[in-house]
Design a protein around this ligand. Structure first.
Ligand SMILES: [Ca+2]
Ligand SMILES: [Ca+2]
Ligand SMILES: [Ca+2]
Length: 367
């Protein structure tokens, strides 16, 4: 079984300066030699406060123009004149709120860009209004297809004892999948077993951490959120995740594709493909049934899962049970439509010699 981490937002390789597009909220190239450092995004915020010894016009990587230099005399100094060098919106106005989400569409980038070094900051309906039950903050992700979510992680911004979410819910397709209280500076890592199929996820936050304003947090900040999928919905692997515990999956006698947990002679992969129960001895489900055929023909029926997912079916014939070759039936009909499986009838030309037939199920290459 392939354990696949769905990289839903892969960070791009940086090969040159970015250009803004319709979804760019802020883009500072920092190529200027003097302030303001211009925000290339539409209605962006130029940065004019070059403070505490910060300089522009520093040599940069080839192809990237010049750079901002915030190297200063020491770490974490707070006295006037020794504070860390920085580039701010204004040299005089103090804190200026910078929005990292589109106030109209709610689009955000920093919480889902694969980069733990940047973060999303909630804005509230008014600046300085943090999350509360009466006005929760939320982040919503729409997946490119239905995803079997098996794990998610929320990375809070952990600086200064943490600015991350506190009371949190995760909804998958609007249904509560997790509810709990996050720790202030550590990653929330939740395993969903079995996985939950969903096309969207919403992180709902009703309180947050803020050391400087603990009774009335000013916002909530999230470095990153990640979703993991261990197998595509509908595949053998997804069925296995829904059927076996993690301990069983790791046990080659119980939870692997070739294992036969119930000792009925039917390996788990075939239990999946033919609609058997891997914990109930039900070998008849997997048996081929001879049926009456036209003169000169030979036919059998078999059960088959309605959607085989990543499993391939082939017919094989042999005259000696040693050498087998693939054979195509003259016809393949669906003769019954049961709740979970089809019953199919495969018809072959009558054989001149004693021949054995079988239906073989296997996982697709790479599956
Ligand atoms: Ca980030
Ligand atoms: Ca079995
Ligand atoms: Ca069985």
């Amino acid at each position: 079984m392939l354990l696949l981490l769905a990289a839903l937002a892969a960070p791009a390789d940086l090969v040159g300066p970015y250009t803004p597009d319709a979804n760019t909220l802020h883009l500072w190239h920092l190529d200027e030699t003097t302030t303001p450092a211009v925000d290339s995004a539409t209605a962006g915020i130029n940065l004019s406060g070059l403070l505490s010894g910060a300089t522009l016009g520093t040599a940069s990587y080839a192809g990237f123009g010049s750079a901002l230099n915030t190297l200063d005399g020491g770490q974490d100094a707070i006295a006037t004149g020794t504070r860390d060098a920085l580039l701010a919106v204004s040299a005089s106005a103090g804190n200026v709120s910078v929005t990292y989400a589109d106030p109209t569409t709610g689009a955000f980038t920093n919480a889902f860009d694969g980069n733990l070094a940047n973060f999303w900051v909630s804005y509230g309906t008014n600046a300085g209004q943090g999350p509360a039950p009466s006005h929760p903050e939320w982040l919503q992700v729409t997946f490119p297809r239905q995803v079997a979510v098996s794990e998610f992680q929320i990375y809070p911004r952990s600086d200064n004892d943490g600015y991350g979410p506190k009371d949190t819910q995760l909804l998958l397709d609007g249904i509560l999948a997790f509810q709990g209280t996050m720790a202030p500076t550590s990653t929330l890592d939740v395993r969903l077993s079995p996985p939950v199929n969903a096309t969207n996820a919403q992180l709902l936050i009703t309180s947050s951490y803020d050391r400087g304003s603990s009774t009335n947090p000013r916002n909530v900040q999230v470095d990153e959120m990640s979703f993991f999928e261990r197998a595509l919905p509908g595949t053998y692997g997804d069925w296995a995740l829904h059927t076996f515990t993690d301990a069983q999956l790791a046990d080659s006698a119980l939870g692997t594709a070739t294992a036969d947990a119930d000792h009925d002679g039917v390996p788990n992969l075939v239990e999946f493909a033919m609609g058997g129960n891997p914990f109930v001895s039900d070998a008849s489900v997997a048996a081929l049934q001879m049926v009456t055929a036209e003169p000169g023909a030979f036919a059998f029926t078999f059960r088959e899962r309605k959607s085989l997912g990543d499993v391939q079916r082939r017919f094989e014939t042999s005259t000696n049970l040693v050498y087998r070759e693939e054979v195509s039936p003259a016809s393949l009909l669906t003769v019954a439509n049961l709740p979970d499986v089809y019953v199919r009838e495969a018809v072959f030309p009558a054989q001149n010699a004693v021949s054995f037939f079988r239906v073989k199920f296997s996982l697709s290459p790479g599956g």
